[in-house]
Ligand binder design. Structure first.
Ligand SMILES: C[S@@+](CC[C@H](N)C(=O)[O-])C[C@H]1O[C@@H](n2cnc3c(N)ncnc32)[C@H](O)[C@@H]1O
Length: 238
């Protein structure tokens, strides 16, 4: 039976595994769960992983099944997509995955410095027309750097070559050290990361597109503020 978007919004408001913080509240004060996601939301200590722009939560669900000892949060602004992931987690009884419906711009009101062990950005929308909204931009990178633990890891998967080039060129200027670049193509397939595949990744594979998985870790110490020139670097013109 097809469920309308409105019905999905109504249902996620009641799901125990979905948090929908109010923007007004976050503007006033950090979330009640700030620095307490493991203890107060998951009610156990664990390696905490955030997927930003999780869509239907395929990666968070897939990793949660693989790593039952870790805690996973999928964040997206779209309630109908969150509903799919949250419904699946409830149906499967997966207790180590939760979902947050909010704009990623509020990350620093949700998480304390060093609270996250991993951040994943999976197939981000290339916001050509609104670079400040790009989840891989220097603005977001400085947020991720503050929120990741010292030995944390930032991952991105994309099928957009210019976006992968952008990441390789810009992230090292934003306090991240590139660890690994996996270049997966249909002709010479590398093992997909833990064979967990998102909806957008499945479409890319179907279209025989190349997929980049780039991993980086935060460098210690202060980072020289990036120049205006780098901040405005037009990723689509590399
Ligand atoms: C291209 S989809 C990819 C979805 C999923 N990661 C996948 O691979 O199937 C990008 C997702 O990022 C979400 N998104 C983009 N910008 C966002 C933001 N600033 N805050 C929260 N979600 C965002 C969109 O709502 C969308 O669901």
């Amino acid at each position: 039976m097809r469920i309308s978007k409105l019905e999905k919004y109504r249902q996620i408001a009641e799901f125990s595994n979905v948090i929908e913080p109010s923007v007004e509240d976050l503007q006033r004060a950090p979330s009640d769960l700030y620095d307490k996601w493991n203890t107060a939301f998951f009610k156990r200590v664990g390696h905490l992983v955030l997927e930003v722009g999780c869509g239907q939560g395929d990666l968070s669900l897939g990793l949660a099944r693989r790593f039952p000892e870790r805690n996973f949060l999928g964040l997206d602004v779209k309630g109908a997509r969150i509903w799919r992931g949250a419904r699946t987690a409830l149906d499967e009884g997966l207790k180590n995955v939760g979902f947050l419906r909010i704009e990623a711009e509020f990350l620093e009101r949700l998480f304390a410095p060093g609270e996250l062990n991993e951040i994943w950005i999976t197939f981000p929308t290339p916001y050509l027309w609104k670079p400040e909204k790009m989840l891989v931009s220097p603005t977001f990178l400085s947020r991720y750097r503050r929120l990741l633990a010292a030995n944390g890891i930032l991952h991105i998967k994309t099928d957009v070559m210019s976006l992968a080039n952008y990441v390789c060129n810009i992230w090292p200027h934003c306090g991240f050290h590139l660890l690994n670049l996996t270049n997966e193509s249909p002709e010479s397939p590398e093992p997909a990361f833990l064979d967990v595949c998102t909806r957008f990744e499945a479409t890319a594979i179907e279209r025989q597109k190349r997929i980049w998985h780039i991993q980086a870790d935060p460098v210690s110490g202060n980072v020289t503020p990036i120049s205006e020139e780098i901040a405005r670097f037009p990723w689509n013109q590399i």
